[in-house]
Design a protein around this ligand. Structure first.
Ligand code: GCU
Length: 682
């Protein structure tokens, strides 16, 4: 059939390398899964389908270890054979969701064992084992012990009940509310299966700009149907809670979180939800941001609001993810300071089952932002990372941007909260402040397009999110390598140049959109394409000019002590580094500083020349991506080859559009010529 990307990275095509194929066939002669829970049934099906495809033969399932080279999967509770291996000590270190994959002997016969403490742990181990074969790794001497570094690895769908998707560029919502609860589209199962393969264990079904109707009975019945479909894959369902729901669907006069009636309403509502979905995960909330209702409407704090909801779900083990993305255009301060100002002083006031969910940077999912200053600043409040997979500000679905380097840059950033080495990753995985709750959220790029994410390479960002939420120490390179091998093929001549292209893609995009720390100069509201100019229809301080502040003298936003002083929100070593022109990393130059057009940058060029240089290098970088891809025609199926090629030509056009728009616009201030000798071929 046509290669339309539907199969994601879960392609189990026959191993082409004859030697490897023989090795794998020799290693796996029989699958033994004792137990028949829904999750183990899924694991069985996955192995059957995977091994049949990869090894080209039907490997039987058996309940008995009859022969050598068996693959034994399960937990000590459901498998006497695994219990007999006495793995308790090793299993003790992998927790609820981790697993072991061991080459060992069982009944004096050679065997591979995938053992875990829970069925879902075993399922994760199965996916790991299949991945080893998909990526042509050896499987004859395995000694793997693997456990997730964060507990809650959650997709955030910004899906509306009418199936439009806020900032979604891959079609409409997957959730067909009209046909639910009775019709379970196969796609729901494929979705859950894909998530399980990368360790994602939760999904928030609805938009953060929430509609209270989702909490009414007819919708809860539909949500239950989805939760039932997802459960075998270890995927829990969460919902967004509209803060004013008690008024809108509850008939109350107020949504004040300290009002007893309001509290009782949420308690009853939570109890009702749990009658439908006994393992309901909890609520995600956007409150008092961009016009959304919230506790501040009643002069209460974010903690008051979060705690009320937390108390409602606590009896059943639910959690509340309270977002720190607060933006109110009436607040006159530098917008990037608002979250810290509103949340930091509330540290210690949240219930134990609340996480504050913080975007990676203090503004809004820009191509590059410094890490959010809240990381490290709330030692008593678990902070959850929020990344955006959908490319709202990154060229949307037609631009190829592999985002692992963006996520890693933030995770590896040092907050200095407890001295050097206090990375954002250590805040998020709980090790720095000993958080008892940990999590990472990814705002999805998934829709009902056949290939799920609009751009084939958007799949790599979904994949990356799962892998990094599981283990943030994985490198961008290793993740790209895996993804390419699983999604396309294992040929070095394909993997190595295309991986290089992926690894460069984010820097290329930064160069043609927002080099040197520029930010939020995209088109008004839709955020597509360049828009650095004043938009006469809107207030000047809402548009791009507020952020870049270009004038005849220079460009950039002074966020040092002489300006908005946003740097003071960072710990002193970081504040000093960012605040000092000599030590501020050049990629954040215009984020933190306002400099003259003649300011000398590290390359020896003046700022104006450097800015032009970056824009031109960015546009040129897309041309190089095209060359890399075009050289792969023989190594990729025609459908996906054409798809990526066509999108790259759109991207190339857009990169030039960005370059020309920004250079010409900024030139109207700098009044300097475009320097000679720029990387330019058109
Ligand atoms: C951005 C985005 C909105 C979204 C908001 C949020 O501002 O443009 O569409 O609702 O982020 O994260 O809540």
């Amino acid at each position: 059939y046509a290669e339309d990307g539907y199969r994601l990275w879960q392609r189990y095509d026959l191993v082409k390398d004859a030697k490897k194929l023989k090795e794998y066939q020799g290693r796996v002669q029989q699958v033994v899964i004792e137990g028949s829970s829904p999750t183990l049934t899924v694991a069985k099906q996955e192995l059957q389908q995977g091994l049949q495809g990869l090894l080209g033969k039907n490997i039987g399932n058996s309940n008995m270890l009859k022969q050598a080279n068996s693959l034994l999967v399960g937990t000590p509770q459901n498998s006497p054979a695994i219990a007999a291996l006495n793995l308790n000590q090793q299993l003790g270190s992998v927790g609820k969701e981790g697993y072991l994959i061991l080459t060992t002997t069982v009944n004096r016969k050679k065997a591979t064992v995938i053992a875990a403490n829970s069925d879902v742990g075993a399922l994760y181990g199965v996916f790991h084992f299949l991945r080893l074969i998909q990526t042509h790794q050896p499987v004859d001497q395995l000694n793997i012990s693997n456990a997730p570094k964060t507990q809650h690895r959650i997709l955030n769908h910004w899906d509306n009940l009418d199936r439009t998707v806020e900032r979604g560029y891959a079609g409409f919502s997957l959730w067909d509310w009209h046909k639910l609860p009775d019709y379970i589209d196969d796609r729901y199962l494929e979705y859950a299966r894909a998530n399980a393969s990368i360790g994602i264990n939760g999904t928030v079904l609805t938009n953060v700009n929430a509609n209270a109707l989702i909490l009414t009975k007819p919708y809860l019945e539909k949500v239950k149907a989805l939760a039932d479909a997802f459960r075998p894959y270890g995927l829990k369902v969460y919902l967004t809670a509209r803060f004013s729901a008690p008024i809108e669907i509850g008939g109350l006069k107020t949504a004040d979180p300290l009002d007893a009636q309001v509290q009782a309403w949420w308690k009853t509502k939570a109890e009702e939800i749990y009658t439908y979905i006994p393992d309901f995960g909890g609520f995600l909330v956007k409150a008092n941001s961009e016009g959304q209702p919230g506790p501040q409407n009643y002069k209460r704090t974010h903690a008051d609001g979060a705690n009320m909801l937390a108390d409602a779900v606590a009896p059943k083990g639910g959690i509340v993810m309270w977002r720190a993305f607060v933006y109110d255009n009436e607040v006159p301060e530098d917008r990037i300071k608002q979250a810290y100002n509103e949340f930091k002083h509330l540290d210690g006031q949240f219930r134990k089952n609340v996480m504050v969910q913080v975007k990676n940077g203090p503004l809004d999912f820009q191509p590059r932002e410094p890490f959010h200053p809240l990381f490290g600043a709330m030692p008593q409040t678990p902070l959850m990372m929020e990344f955006q997979l959908t490319q709202e500000y990154l060229g949307q679905a037609t631009n190829l941007v592999y985002q692992a380097p963006l996520y890693k840059e933030v995770l590896d950033a040092d907050t200095h909260a407890k001295g050097a080495g206090s990375t954002v990753a250590k805040v998020v995985d709980g090790t720095l402040h000993n958080y008892q709750l940990t999590g990472m959220a990814g705002v999805t790029n998934i829709g009902n397009d056949r290939n799920w994410t609009g751009h084939m390479f958007g799949q790599s960002n979904w994949y990356t999110f799962g892998r990094l939420a599981w283990d943030h120490t994985l490198t961008s390179e290793a993740i790209a390598d895996e993804w390419l091998r699983m999604t396309f093929n294992n040929e070095e001549k394909f993997v190595s140049p295309v991986k290089e292209m992926m690894l460069q893609s984010r820097e290329t995009l930064v160069n043609y959109m927002t080099p040197l720390g520029l930010h939020h100069i995209m088109g008004w509201s839709h955020h597509y394409g360049p828009g650095p100019w004043v938009d006469k229809k809107h207030r000047a301080d809402w548009t791009a000019v507020y952020y870049h502040r270009a004038s005849a003298e220079g460009i950039g936003f002074d966020r040092t002590a002489s300006g908005s002083n946003a740097i003071a929100q960072y710990f002193p070593p970081v504040a000093q580094k960012f605040g000092n022109l000599a030590t501020c990393p050049e990629e954040f130059l215009l984020w933190f500083h306002r400099v003259s057009w003649d300011y000398k940058v590290k390359s020896g060029r003046n700022l104006w020349d450097e800015l032009c240089h970056r824009y031109y290098a960015g546009a040129e970088g897309v041309k190089q991506m095209q060359q890399t891809w075009n050289a792969q025609e023989a190594n990729v199926d025609p459908e996906r080859f054409r798809h990526v090629k066509t999108f790259l030509s759109i991207q190339e056009k857009e990169a030039r559009w960005w370059r020309d728009a920004c250079v010409l616009y900024f030139q109207s201030f700098s009044k300097r010529p475009i320097p000679a000798g720029l990387p330019k071929t058109d």
